[in-house]
Design a protein around this ligand. Sequence first.
Ligand code: HDD
Length: 755
Amino acid sequence: DAQALAAAFDHNPTKAAEYGRENALAPPEGAHVTPTPLAGASTLTEGQTSPKTGTQAAPGTNPTVGPLDRVRVDSGGQFLTTNQGVPVAQNQDSLKAGLRGPALLKDFILREKITHFDHERIPERIVHARGSGAHGFFECYRSLRDITRAAPFQEDGKVTPVFVRFSTVQGERGSKDTARDVRGFAVKFYTDEGNWDLVGNNIPVFFIQDAMKFPDLVHALKPEPHHQMPQAASAHDTFWDFVSLMPESTHMLLWAMSDRAIPRSYRMMQGFGVHTFRFVNEAGESRLVKFHWTPRLGTHSLQWDEAVKISGADPDFHRRDLWEAIEAGEFPEYELGVQVFTEEQANKFSFDVLDSTKIVPEELVPVEPVGRLVLNRNPDNFFAETEQVAFCTAHVIPGIDFTNDPLLAGRIHSYVDTQLTRLGGPNFHEIPINAPVAPVHNNQRDGFHRQAINRGRVAYEPNSLAGGCPFQAGSAGFVSFPEPVRGEELRGRPEKFAEHYNQATLFYESQSEAEKAHIVGAFRFELSKVTVPAIRERMVANLMNVSRELATSVAAGLGMGSIEASPRALARVPRPEVRQSAALSLLAHPGDGSIRTRKIALLVCDGVNGESLAATQQALFEAGAVPRLVGPRIGPFVTAEGETLQADASMENEPAPLFDALVLPDGERAVKMLAVDGRAAEFVKEQYRHCKPILAPGASSTLLEGAGASKMLEDGTRDPGIIAGVEDDDEAIAAFIDAMAQHRHWVREKDPPLV
Ligand code: HDD
């Protein structure tokens, strides 16, 4: 009715500040900002509210929520309208001249709806097209004022809001999550002094040394241009052709063929800034810095066969995992560590810190923990936030500066440039998710989709008509580190860049036996997909320079004979400082030892022993895990005790690879029924093959045997991941939880697999 309509349109909820009755006459306080000297600007800490948001940051809330509220739209209880706010009476039929007559051109409602729909898609990111994002905060443990004046590190306990996007690199926007691939780990810090984007990966090195080669790398990696295959996979001719001709990529290839490239979860992988950056303090002194993110839950990975099967069972595996954890209040958390060192130290290293294909081993410069990142809020709208977020390595703030890494130089250009096409113009910084929390004042004007309504007639500097505003911040602003630079213009690389294998060897030699075996398996798989033998041979020849053991194992897996090592670029190979580094193995970061958020399948069917099931389920809940009842179908089942329980998943809709561990049902009748269900045998087989913990209480041991899953290892010892035949229920559950805390039991693994 007319009254309800009037009430609903009392003001436009997305533009309250402009259209609310009280605000209609004069712009509200804060909508137009008089310049305040930067030095005196207050900072956002737990004890102090943000001048911009007025909110305090604490786990569970987020300071970016405040500013984004101005654009959040909730249509609950509202009439449907056009984009012009005109109420729509009927949304079912187009306007026609007679029921069987032609549709009318004047139907502006139909035309607006379809026109908008026609333009819903924007170009996907050229790389990292598939990703998932979350809001959160960064909390600095203690002030790093002595080494940097970067806003997030100024005070003990200082909190800075962030938005993070994780991604795969090679696949398209709709591709699977569990491809063998590098993962992006991009963090946007909304600091008091502007946005700082730390656009990293889960691997601390890169394929190439110079941005000049980036388009070549990506063209080789992406689906081949003639038939657009394969999707989200590096296992094809053009990629291996390119990298085998670019020995500088060997170190990164070792990481990419390791378990790092198939993480169990975005919540269980490390992140790295990759390049050497600079910290600059108030006095203008600079130190070099490398950034490391390490997950609280530890670093855990999938097995390749498992990753392949997950991509069929749930292509959104990582996206779902991140979303569900945050919804459940299990906020992903990462510790930020920094390696800080001087130019003098760097000059003595056998490698160049400007070379992104090299790490700085932790034995040379330890990683100091400096803060934590907590992701505590899912985006409200995937497109508005996760798709439109624009990260850029050029987004640095006072206290953070670049080095002359030639890969970084190209990135500083590329990220802003790519947004011009992707987001449609130069005003993408005004899109709410990209807008800084710090105020923006400059003389840049106009362009497509401009949001700011800059007041006054002055859009130039110097000016007297606006009192010189906005004025230069001087030493309070961003001052580039005055690194002395001298040299001739030339195209080339420093001598140390020519050493390509030492750190690849270091990585390989630092892996556990299981990790080494996985690297061999990955090279074998990828190269077996290469159709040109010469490419395979060239790659194995490069691997001969990394490790003879690795190269000969890969060659054997490809049915190749002996291969000569490829020639090295340097006649005299510098002696590496470090030959093994524990930190490079995933085992170095086991996490807090808890099983929080691990997904466990509890197989059920009629006749299951309800008492034992309930006790197990309860213990797993208490340990923070996610036990799911998985039946031959979903719905009710009757236990041996006559109680009804509900299976919320089936072996068909949530197959084994989606779970971290398995509990088999006790109860003679249940075991008998499952023994003749091929899907149950397959469930057990896959859990066993993927080296996951299995709890087999009472009669259910026969299901293990039926699937060929032995309690014993080949050397006659017990498989530590299989808890079977333990009389005492509590003891069995405790042992199972313990086995799960160790994630996977690679000791069981055989190549080729036993089952
Ligand atoms: Fe890049 C996206 C990480 C080298 C050019 N890159 C992109 C993203 C991440 C990285 C995480 C996704 C950001 C998001 O979630 O939106 N890129 C890296 C790392 C590199 C690297 C860690 C090496 C150390 N990248 C690199 C080079 C260039 C680019 C050398 C070009 C010269 N990267 C881009 C890009 C993308 C991008 C084309 C695609 C979409 C975007 O930027 O916003 O500009």
